[in-house]
Each structure stands twice: as structure tokens, then as C-alpha cells.
Design a protein around this ligand. Sequence first.
Ligand code: TYC
Length: 104
Amino acid sequence: MGTKHNNDGGTVLERQEQKLKPPAMYQVVLLNDDYTPMEFVVAIIQEYFNKDRETAMHIMLKVHKDGRGVCGVYSKDIALTKVELVSMHARKAGHPLQCVMEEV
Ligand code: TYC
């Protein structure tokens, strides 16, 4: 709503056009590498992307075959947090697993 003065000195509320775009969404993507164990990747997908074991296995095998795979789509802050947590977990465990986000 915007405000506008009317002809007897009052103020009226005026409906404005809907100009707000829906917030940008980001896909969180895992990248393949030759060293991270498959079982570790499956556990990561289950833990951080709330997938069941079967879905996690499916995503992991897709990454292994195609080089990349989408684990989920989130708002910017949630996607960024997932990327940070997954990257930290992988580094701590000594694996080179790469996790990135891309606007969709
Ligand atoms: N390519 C890895 C291997 O053969 C498995 C792997 C899958 C690694 C997915 C990373 O995001 C990844 N052990």
C-alpha cells in the first residue's frame, strides 16, 4: 500500500501494483571427484539434505556418472549454510568432496 493525499486534506491508502519478485532460489550441487568414498557421499546426502538412503544412493550415483547432481533447492541463506556445513564435514574427514550453489 502507498499513501496519497485526497482533496479534503485526508490521506488515503492506495493499493500498489505487486512489484516484489519472489526470492531467488538456489540449488545445492555435489561435484564428483575420484577420492571421496561413495558411502561417505551417501551419508552426507542423507544427513544434510534429509533424503532417505535409496534417494541418497540415487543422487550419489548420478554425481559419480554425470559429474554433478542436485541435492536440493533452498533460499539463499539455507543453501549457503548447507554448502558450508557439507564442505566443513568433508574437509574434517579428509575428503576433497566439492559442494556448490547455483541460482535457479
Ligand atoms: N567418484 C567417487 C568414487 O568413485 C564417488 C563420489 C560420488 C565422489 C559423488 C564424489 O560427489 C561425489 N569413490
